[in-house]
Design a protein around this ligand. Sequence first.
Ligand code: NAD
Length: 289
Amino acid sequence: MKIGFIGLGNMGAPMAANLAKAGHEVTGFDLAPYDVDGVAKAGSAAAAAAGREAVLTMLPNGEILASVMAEIAPAAMKGAVLIDCSTVDVAAARAAHETAAAAGLLSVDAPVSGGVGGASGGTLTFMCGGSDEAFAAAQPLFEIMGQKTVHCGGAGAGQSAKICNNMILGATMIVTCEAFALADKLGLSRQAMFDVVSTSSGYSWSMNAYCPAPGIGPQSPSDNDYKPGFAASLMLKDLNLSQQAAEAAGAATPIGAHAARLYAAMVEEGGGGKDFSAMLPRLETMKRD
Ligand code: NAD
């Protein structure tokens, strides 16, 4: 298949590399310099999209997605499928579907879970919104880049699922970090904390797969001085998206709202470029009110 891939950052680069490795002809574009194994370089987003049967985007936010969509929709081949894997607000996802439909293109909002490790290992989870036809056209590519794909419903349904998932992730990471900070003060070893919680009812992805305490559990950003991984600024973005959606839907999300405030404070203090698990060193220096 001829594939265009726009946005070759922490996530996009390994995803594009996996598509190329699987034998697809992948052409990429990013505003920043990049070098991805097996991926040819185009001079613009429109050039990366023109003549491709599928065009993937993996971009920072909804505003950027809208500007890239405006460039690629007129350039793309009729009947091509546009697959946006970025995490954006539900309204931006629906707007991207409308832009695609107006240009005679199929489209899927397909945000992912699994982080950079999942992107490199081809083990992402894709949560998708769009028509059955668009989903069917995109599915063979999801199978290369991921291990689980859920068709959640129509336009925007993938993003709805993503922001709910990430609200849980943000909140569980904070409380996992709180538990480590408390355990430290109680004189419990971090290894004992991990061994107990990872096999007890407090277990979670944040503890078991992405432990925020360095030196224990599987390799994670905490072992690399909290270099992301998944930056705190992106977690704040997702928590704000969940709060925006909760506000619009009239849903009560008190813990999600508090998690958003804690990540906002971390970002304001200059920690936005650190991995979101760096909430642990931040909590260790915080005073109890
Ligand atoms: P990133 O900042 O590393 O990558 C984004 C890339 O988009 C950058 O390389 C940037 O140069 C490029 N870009 C920006 N504007 C562009 C434009 N107009 N045209 C072409 N390229 C442009 O971010 P990331 O960590 O790869 O995340 C990408 C998306 O995936 C975000 O929406 C994020 O929320 C989501 N996500 C990230 C993770 C993670 O663990 N990093 C996990 C799940 C979802």
